[in-house]
Write a protein that binds this ligand. Structure first.
Ligand code: PHE
Length: 453
């Protein structure tokens, strides 16, 4: 048993690491196409409400559990509710993030491939039909995506291997501000393209007629995925938070940063989509399939600029994905370190190998193993559905029930307010959201999903 626990070094480090976990493929790859499929601005309004009134309370619930127990998800349940079945929640939330990481790494691998292609100037000057058919050919091949997946898992493992302070904290501190500057620059560039105005009004003018029950459910699901909730990630990061820091502000800043990042990513992508006359509801391939095509078109005017934007854009996706993948891996690593005799290095390598192996199957499910279909989806799609539509909300629901109904109100208050010294005035509201609003909201999403509305 390894009893020496590390901590994040400062308030800024906590916020950047948490924001690093939240901001990822969910914002840049998932948000634009989900918003595009669900009507744009009206969806974004629901997404904003869901982020602040449903997701943020779960963020607080996980933070309270993590910092109170100072342990991994399993250890937290054993500390705060010894001898109860709650330990199963601790175990499920060790497994879910590793499952997510295995398919997340496949998409992370795609972004490495596209980054390399951008570096090789492949998008500048290639015939458009070659570019659009590339994505399908690439993901369905055997070796190339596997090599990229391996590189992505390898990079994640190396950072987590270095530990909380030297690895996670240092990496997030350098990359998060750079990422923000990059995405803002790309958004400004995207908005100046001829024909971009339609994309801008698509993001700003709500069309409530497109807002179906399932669009509302997708908005809530997106808020969950994007804020890394229900899988113990925020719990584990909060367990490295020092006692004097404010849980309220860590949650508020992370949620604001994550939300802003998604919106800015929308502005980086949607105007360009409209400028190129592409359908906003084109699906998961939106970023990978259409942007290189757009970069290529721009390249006709100013080749070096389009190549630079392409390189920066795929680098942005890659770095954002890495600051999220390390947070997913840390959940498994902290569990192994604190519940077995393994040290950080061995725990990281074992977790990496486990994730890599499941990821191989996910990657091959677009090619040689595409014949295996579960519920109409390949293995990758089925695993994504299982995790984001079921396991994440389920974990989130149980975390809020744990904090709202199992822990004593005095303990919850003590942890949230740092012993009655901070954010006291907000406690009542936050506690109400944790106890009632968030659980009811999640149950509604479940029912919507079960009934297939
Ligand atoms: N929030 C991350 C993203 O948007 C994904 C993630 C989910 C990370 C769950 C950690 C835990 O890409």
């Amino acid at each position: 048993m390894n009893t020496q626990r590390e901590n994040f070094g400062s308030k800024l480090a906590v916020i950047l690491a948490m924001a690093g976990s939240a901001v990822g493929l969910g914002n840049i790859w998932r948000f634009p196409y989900i918003a595009g499929e669900n009507g744009g601005a009206a969806f974004i309004i629901v997404y904003a409400l869901a982020s602040f009134f449903l997701a943020l309370p779960i963020f607080y619930a996980e933070s309270i559990i993590g910092r109170r127990s100072r342990a991994n998800t399993f250890g937290a349940m054993k500390t705060l509710a010894p001898g109860t079945p709650w330990k199963w929640l601790g175990l499920i939330t060790v497994l879910t993030p590793l499952l997510i990481l295995s398919y997340y790494s496949v998409v992370g691998g795609w972004s490495i491939e596209y980054f390399f292609k951008a570096l090789a100037f492949d998008f500048t000057g290639a015939p458009p039909d070659k570019i659009s058919s590339f994505f399908g050919g690439f993901i369905s091949s055997t070796w190339e995506p596997l090599i990229m997946h391996t590189l992505f898992v390898g990079a994640t493992t190396v950072i987590v291997f270095m530990g909380v302070k030297n690895g996670i904290e240092r990496f997030s501190k350098i990359t998060m501000p750079a990422l923000f500057v990059l995405i803002v620059a790309i958004a400004i560039y995207g908005c100046t393209l001829p024909g971009a105005g339609k994309g801008v009004s698509y993001l700003l003018k709500p069309d409530f007629s497109k807002l179906s029950g399932s669009a509302v459910a997708s908005a809530i699901g997106q808020a969950f995925f994007s804020l890394s909730l229900g899988v113990g990630t925020i719990l584990v990061y909060a367990s490295y938070m020092r006692k004097e820091e404010s849980i309220f502000s860590a949650g508020a800043y992370t949620t604001i940063a994550d939300f802003l990042f998604a919106i800015i990513a929308g502005f980086a992508i949607m105007p360009a989509v409209f400028a190129a006359g592409i359908e906003p509801g084109a699906g998961p391939g939106l970023v990978f399939e259409t942007l290189p095509f757009i970069f290529n078109q721009m390249g006709a005017a100013v080749p070096w600029l389009s190549a630079t934007v392409a390189i920066l854009f795929f680098l942005t996706i890659l770095v954002a994905a890495l600051t999220s993948s390390i947070s997913l891996m840390e959940v498994g690593v902290s569990y192994l370190m604190e519940n077995t005799r393994l040290g950080r290095k061995m725990a990281t390598v074992l977790t990496g190998v486990f994730v890599w192996m499941i990821g191989i199957v996910c990657s091959l499910s677009f090619g040689p193993m595409s014949g295996i279909v579960i519920g109409g989806e390949n293995i990758f799609g089925a695993l994504d559905k299982l995790c984001s539509n079921w396991l994440m909300p389920f974990g989130g629901l149980l975390f809020t029930i744990f904090v709202g109904w199992k822990m004593s109100r005095a303990d919850v208050r003590d942890e949230f307010t740092n012993g009655g010294t901070r954010s006291r005035g907000l406690f009542k509201l936050v506690y109400f959201l944790i106890r009632y609003v968030a659980p009811v909201g999640i149950i509604v999403v479940f029912i919507t999903a079960i009934l297939g509305l």
